[in-house]
Design a protein around this ligand. Sequence first.
Ligand SMILES: Cc1cc2nc3c(=O)[nH]c(=O)nc-3n(C[C@H](O)[C@H](O)[C@H](O)COP(=O)(O)O)c2cc1C
Length: 163
Amino acid sequence: MVDAAGPHPATLRRVLGHYPSGVTVVTAVSDGVPVGFACQSFHSLSLDPPMILVLPARGSTTWPKIRQTGLFCVNILAQEQADLCQAFAVSGGEKFRGVDWRLSDRGSPIIAGASAWIDCDLVGEHDGGDHTIAVGLVMGLESDESRAPLIFHRGTFHTLERV
Ligand SMILES: Cc1cc2nc3c(=O)[nH]c(=O)nc-3n(C[C@H](O)[C@H](O)[C@H](O)COP(=O)(O)O)c2cc1C
């Protein structure tokens, strides 16, 4: 049931949480420092031209730094990376401490052990309410076929089992 004021945020979160997804860490290098944040809202958008979407919250302190670089890398996390995901889901601190990473050709961090990464140029931003719809043009990408993805569903992490 939805009253005139619309759904309660907790209801929205609970119901939408029934839609399972993978989890990513979106990264860039800002003033020589690697930055990133955990981001479930990642979507494929276009094959030609190759484009993807990420949806940073308006309150994200990391996204403005990434925006400034005009570049970002989407790291699709593997099932072993739930702790790493949590580390990137906090505001502030040195999130990359203890994280093994390297630079992509365009200069954004690729996190070791990720199941795939997609290196992007930021080509557009659109209003998405309390989030921003950020469009990335894919400039490079790679996947590790040996790794299973980390799944986020109803507020907790899961692993994928083939049915
Ligand atoms: C599983 C999971 C999924 C998340 N998905 C998103 C998301 O899609 N967009 C977003 O802005 N924040 C998302 N967050 C929250 C951010 O990671 C968190 O608010 C952010 O790291 C805050 O740090 P910042 O201020 O450095 O940006 C998610 C967190 C978790 C644990």
